[in-house]
Design a protein around this ligand. Structure first.
Ligand SMILES: C[C@H](N)C(=O)N[C@@H](Cc1c[nH]cn1)C(=O)O
Ligand SMILES: [Zn+2]
Ligand SMILES: [Zn+2]
Length: 478
């Protein structure tokens, strides 16, 4: 491993230049006009995989995206698949990552162009997707390349599954996985799954992640007048959609983060004493939240409450209002149609269909109280379930050893508040253990402005991936 480790660190400039190339492709899956860039990003990965000697590299067509309101259907970006090594004597590890990113614009408050990677003097590599998830995804490829440069054979067979729609609900991927999990399918023969698409809890200590929350994303549409209106002419004479929407959205969650939709907490498991003990050993404090948010806006300073709020309790966040006047200036418009966006992070035992039913019933009841002539429609845009893995598995044991080797510490075993719905799909379809191996830090600002990946995390992350693969090869599966 020493030669591979050296190759990782000696080629730092190359890996960072490649990250810069990838960040410069604005592969935003959630913006219609940028869909070709997502496809371009997939091609960029395919070219590197072919160069590295992957076999069976394919851009798998997974059909069209379901779109609302009669808009033209949009082709889904392909799922990139590739195989590196088919030695029956070696274990086969499946790695997943996503090559699409969240939207970003300088006007949102970025200090620099989000699609130009900037390496700061303090080692921050700033750019959209640096941490979520281009850096970690590419880490697997550079771990292979480091083996090649060191003249060391990869100790396992690797299969890659890279998608371009994770930030927009992973549409089409479950069907592909179900089909390819069958005997003779692409995922046949996989022994374990590893995903690098989340972050350390804080900024100093690595962790391994065994649980994620699910997500149900909602659109709440309020329609009224046939067209936008002058508020001086029509204000005071009509039911305004925005007034109804703001009132409805305010009934969803209180300022302490308590969800107000009746029945939502009914299936959430009660906290056990054993679970409370678990929180005590995790290295985390309110300071980590303050550092990551750049504020003192934490709901509590109690460590266990914070961790429970993030990992094991549902939460509801209000994201925005489509159709509302949102640019600088003082436009005096009454918008005719507005769409409120909110999502609920869900936890084990919460069923997405039941969540949608509860939300619809609540919104209908609250809307009836308004006695408005406007109309409402509530739709769940996409939903993914929560996931919890078995940590008593050689996949986790191998990763723990790898972290100890690379970072000299035993990682915390953590759950995560974000969602990667495909994690559960892999676990259930393949019946194999799934592990999350984060590369970035808790203050990376994924989905936020000035997203970054620290240079050290990038390089030691690649080293960790390589070391993990060696520990997998050495692991006993008994
Ligand atoms: C944790 C992962 N890196 C991530 O950011 N996942 C997204 C998935 C999603 C679902 N709807 C939109 N995006 C997340 O947790 O928000
Ligand atoms: Zn991600
Ligand atoms: Zn993300």
């Amino acid at each position: 491993m020493e030669a591979v480790k050296n190759a990782v660190h000696e080629n730092a400039t190359l890996w960072i230049a490649r990250l810069a190339e990838a960040v410069a492709i604005p592969s935003v899956s959630g913006e219609r006009e940028r869909r070709p860039e997502v496809v371009r990003m997939g091609r960029w990965l395919v070219a590197h995989m072919q160069r590295l000697g992957f076999t069976d590299v394919v851009e798998r067509d997974i059909g069209e995206q379901t779109v609302a309101d009669g808009a033209a259907p949009l082709p889904l970006p392909p799922v990139v698949l590739g195989t590196y090594g088919t030695d029956p004597a070696k274990k086969t590890v499946l790695v997943y990552g996503h090559y699409d990113v969240q939207p970003a614009a300088k006007e949102d408050g970025w200090a620099t162009d989000p699609f130009q990677l900037v390496e700061q003097a303090d080692g921050r590599l700033v750019g959209r997707g640096a941490s979520d998830d281009k850096g970690p995804l590419m880490g697997w490829l550079w771990a292979i390349e480091a083996h090649q440069k060191a003249g060391v054979a990869l100790p396992v067979n690797l299969k890659c599954c890279f998608e371009g729609m994770e930030e927009s609900g992973s549409e089409g991927l479950d069907a592909l996985i179900a089909a390819e999990a069958q005997a003779g399918g692409y995922f046949d023969g996989v022994d374990a799954v590893c995903i690098s698409d989340n972050y350390w809890l804080g900024t100093t200590k690595p962790c391994l992640t065994y649980g994620l929350r699910g997500v149900s994303y909602f659109n709440l549409t309020v329609r009224g007048p046939a067209r936008d209106l002058h508020s001086g002419v029509f204000g005071g004479t009509v039911h305004e959609p925005m007034t109804d929407l703001v009132r409805l959205m305010s009934t969803l969650v209180d300022p302490q983060g308590k969800i107000l939709v009746p029945g939502i907490y009914d299936t959430v498991a009660p906290v056990t004493d054993a679970e409370r003990e678990l929180y005590k050993t995790i290295e985390f404090s309110v300071g980590d939240i303050n550092n990551a948010t750049g504020s003192e806006s934490a709901l509590t300073s109690d460590k266990a409450q914070l961790l429970m709020g993030r990992w094991r309790n549902p939460s509801l966040s209000l994201h925005g209002i489509e159709g509302a006047f949102a640019t600088p200036g003082s436009k005096t418009v009454i918008p005719a149609k507005v769409i409120g966006k909110f999502s609920i992070r869900t936890v084990p035992h919460q069923d997405p269909d039941e969540i949608t039913r509860l939300v619809k019933a609540h919104v209908a009841a609250e809307f009836a109280k308004l006695e408005s002539t406007n109309t409402i429609a509530v739709a769940c845009d996409h939903a993914g379930k929560s996931w919890v893995a078995d940590i008593n598995h050689w996949n986790f044991t191998a990763a723990i050893k790898a972290v100890k080797t690379v970072f000299g510490v035993t990682p915390d075993l953590t759950r995560e508040g974000g969602s990667i719905p495909v994690t559960l799909t892999f676990q259930e379809a393949l019946n194999k253990n799934v592990l999350l191996l984060p590369m970035g830090r808790g203050d990376d600002g994924a989905h936020s402005t000035n997203e970054k990946l620290d240079r050290d995390n990038y390089l030691r992350g690649i080293e960790l991936m390589a070391t993990y693969l060696h520990e997998i090869a050495a692991a006993s599966t008994a």
